[in-house]
Design a protein around this ligand. Structure first.
Ligand SMILES: [Fe+2]
Length: 405
């Protein structure tokens, strides 16, 4: 039997206007068996009951009179009570076996039963770290849970760790933002064996947009190219910042992986961090809406993307570089929803799996396997369909590794 827990995201925002659908797959006597259920979040239950959107979602907001009537009053709006708990960005299995669905809002952390897919209730953090949002994609292994808590008041990030069997996040260290006026959006972040890489993207959180009732073009973010872009490297053991470099402007949702580059003596000379990079263009945020997915007219409107490879020098240099890791034409200049074999988390790796593009298209439409050594990609297209994030299944099934989408 194979059971997987992955993010299985369709798109960052196309799914966010609908409640999260959990899917369970397993193989039994050579046959694939599937089950599915809705996560019964407060946002889902309220919209079922009132037959309309009641909470502030990623890209959608209920009309003010609707949800103020539902939520109560303006004070609740600014306390974050109106924010969704619709856990629609990922599913993780903690080291202690609990399965938690997550989203950008901390209140959206929801425990489910992996066998029945029953919603068991909210995952309550027992610490006092507070905050409204966290990274949608924590780093989860059998022994670790690492995530970032952006500080919107005093721009920075707390890097926190939670041990299996507990609900208490402990602070590993803090990163102070170098640009302003608020921290860069951290939908995801990468780690290496010894370091946590904290990106500071010029697409920054906007507290007003986060709590505002009206939808804004960049949702809860603002684009601040003048604030520049940075990459910070924190030592896991000490919590100290060991490198902080300015890098070219970038836009990414999803980091793919990171690893340490070493010299002959085993000293770390640089950190390599890869992401699905949208050429520092925020247009992609509007292109991932459900409305755009459904309104394809044959025009090639998907913005170009690439494997953005950061090189962060560890010798005290002030600048890092950002370049395409392979020719973006290999994957139709479309790229997102990435994954890797989890055995290579934080280590030098060769293959990445993602959704690429076969042009013309309005959405990432291929399942793509990228070979970062040969700098080649294989793309598979099923005409008329859109794949979800490929999910790598590391255990052999009939001696073959698999990918599920
Ligand atoms: Fe995501």
């Amino acid at each position: 039997m194979v059971r997987g827990y992955g993010t299985s995201e369709t798109t960052t925002s196309a799914t966010s206007s609908t409640a999260r659908h959990l899917v369970r797959l397993h193989f039994e006597n050579g046959r694939l068996v599937m089950g599915h259920r809705q996560i019964e979040s407060e946002a889902y239950k309220a919209s079922k009951k009132h037959n309309k959107l009641c909470y502030r979602e990623f890209s959608e907001a209920p009309k003010p009179d609707n949800f103020l009537a539902y939520i109560g009053d303006l004070a609740n709006l600014f306390s974050g009570a109106s924010l969704t708990d619709n856990a629609n960005t990922g599913v993780v299995r903690l080291g202690d076996g609990r399965v938690v669905c997550l989203t950008e809002t901390i209140k959206g952390s929801t425990v489910v039963d992996p066998n029945t897919l029953d919603t068991l209730g909210r995952f309550q953090f027992s610490d006092n770290l507070g905050g409204l949002v966290h990274s949608a994609h924590p780093i989860v292994t059998d022994s670790d849970f690492l995530t970032l808590l952006p500080d919107l008041i005093n721009p920075g990030y707390l890097v926190v760790r939670m041990d299996p069997g507990t609900n208490e996040r402990k602070v590993m260290g803090r990163v102070k933002c170098r640009g302003g006026p608020s921290p860069g959006w951290v939908h995801s972040f990468p780690v290496t064996e010894h370091y946590v890489v904290v990106p500071e993207m010029p697409l920054r959180y906007c507290a007003q947009n986060l709590l505002k009732a009206e939808p804004t073009p960049l949702y809860k973010f603002q684009w601040h190219p003048e604030s520049k872009a940075y990459m910070h490297v924190m030592c896991k053991a000490s919590g100290k910042i060991v490198a902080s470099v300015e890098v070219p402007l970038f836009v990414t949702f999803h980091f793919i992986n990171a690893y340490e580059e070493k010299d002959e003596d085993g000293r770390v000379t640089a950190i390599i961090a890869d992401c699905c990079e949208h050429n520092a263009d925020t247009t992609i945020l509007q292109k991932l809406t459900l409305q755009n997915l459904r309104s394809y007219s044959g025009q090639d409107v998907l913005p170009d993307a690439r494997v953005g490879r950061f090189r962060i020098p560890m010798d005290g240099s002030p600048y890092g570089s950002l370049e395409a890791a392979l020719n973006p034409n290999e994957h139709g200049k479309g790229l997102d929803m990435c994954s890797i074999n989890p055995a290579f988390l934080g280590k030098k790796y060769r293959y990445a799996y993602a959704c690429g593009a076969q042009r013309p298209c309005n959405f990432p439409n291929t399942l793509t396997k990228i070979d970062l050594t040969e700098k080649k990609a294989k793309n598979w297209l099923d005409e008329g369909s859109i794949p979800s994030e490929p999910f790598f299944v590391p255990r052999p099934v009939q001696q073959r590794k698999m990918m599920v989408s």
